[in-house]
Design a binder for this molecule. Structure first.
Ligand code: NAP
Length: 253
């Protein structure tokens, strides 16, 4: 794997779960890390711990559904570290889980605002910076839900399908400018999101035994792998971490 040391990454949804693991792992690899989430206290604490361990990290409160927030975060990232090399569009929600006939149109739309528009906002704000640099990698955290239907998850499945489409469109438009865009479908991961899914009791995912979920660190390692040019054959699509061959490439499993 080629080195990521000295590069700068912006990770959305870094206050817990996959985003937190990615920020910590990238920090250990010598990457400058910008952590964002809505909960400022959590990202400030995690950024502080990365710095205490010899890394370089800052925390910026940001709601990805708000474009001005995302643009400000990208500007602050470049101001602080001089570049933006890796954007991890990780922030996402699955709640509210409900069958379509029970769903609330307003909260259904909030999932689209975060999982779809949030990914678009990240790409829209970061791409001009990366085009100017002539390089950059955008990693969109996807899901098996992007290509399958699950009861009670119409908001989530639709949003992840749209995010996969954004990966494809962005790769088409941005690759001539030296930017790679790739999705990552991790399988089920032991985070707060799976605790919420279990509590819902809807559809087979909620009935999975928690022991089948992979640790967030595996996903963090996959993110680091995808950030290298070694992974360029996967650009424009979703890299599945359920695949044994892909796990071997990442060095997990
Ligand atoms: P999680 O533990 O619930 O963490 C979600 C993160 O997103 C938190 O840091 C949360 O922080 C942040 N977030 C939510 N809404 C936000 C917003 N509007 N603006 C900024 N940040 C926001 O979930 P996770 O399991 O780590 O999931 C991370 C990603 O992986 C999601 O895109 C999810 O769809 C995907 N994924 C997860 C699994 C799984 O099994 N866990 C499987 C496939 C895909 P704040 O609340 O502080 O904002």
């Amino acid at each position: 794997m080629d080195t990521l040391s000295g590069k700068t990454a912006l990770v959305t949804g870094a206050s817990r779960g996959i985003g937190e693991a990615a920020a910590r792992h990238l920090g250990e690899l010598g990457v400058n890390v910008v952590l964002t989430a809505r909960t400022a206290s959590d990202i400030v604490k995690i950024a502080g711990e990365i710095n205490e361990n010899g890394g370089k990290a800052i925390a910026i409160q940001c709601d990805v559904s708000n474009y001005d927030d995302v643009l400000h975060t990208v500007e602050k990232c470049v101001e602080t570290f001089g570049s933006l090399d890796i954007l991890v569009n990780n922030a996402g929600v699955v709640e509210p889980i409900a069958r379509i006939t029970d769903s609330d149109p307003v909260t259904w739309g909030h999932v689209i605002d975060i999982n779809v528009k949030g990914v678009y906002h990240g790409i829209r704000a970061a791409a001009p910076v990366m085009e100017k640099q002539g390089s950059g990698v955008i990693i969109n955290i996807s899901s098996g839900a992007a290509t399958s239907a699950l009861e009670g998850w119409s908001q989530y499945c639709s949003s992840k399908a749209a995010a996969l489409s954004l990966t494809r469109c962005a790769q088409l438009e941005l690759s001539p400018g030296g930017i790679r865009v790739v999705g990552l479908s991790p399988g089920t991961v032991a985070t707060q999101m799976q605790i919420d899914i279990k509590a819902s009791g809807i559809n087979p995912v909620s009935r999975l035994d928690p022991s089948v979920h992979i640790p967030p660190l595996w996903v963090a390692k996959a993110i680091a792998y995808l950030a290298t040019d070694d992974a360029s054959e996967f650009d424009g699509g979703d890299f599945s971490l359920r695949d044994e061959g892909n796990r071997a490439r990442v060095g997990v499993g």
